[in-house]
Design a protein. Sequence first.
Length: 119
Amino acid sequence: MQNVQYPPERTGALPARIPAAGLGTSQRWRAFALLVVAYFITIVDFTIVNVALPTIGRRLHFPESDLQWVVTAYGLPFAGFLLLGGRAADLLGRRRLLMAGLVVFTCASLGGGLATSDT
């Protein structure tokens, strides 16, 4: 019978806290606050679109059967850009891409809010 040796057990304890990529405590809280605000803006924007559907249909003369496309046309590009943005953030930098995404999202929301026709 062969004598099998197992690797020695790890006796060192894991560190109590793993430092976050060189960020101080105040910087982490500011980054967290920015993420909370960005998430809040996203949720509020989706809620506004859903609440405004009857008004959108009335003012822009949408048939009721086409109102579902407003939400779909809003959600699909958002989801697609979210996937694309994850990879782009790895390549271009997270902070830069987050700021660019917030600007594009704000401009697109403003454009949708100022629309005067169904196109």
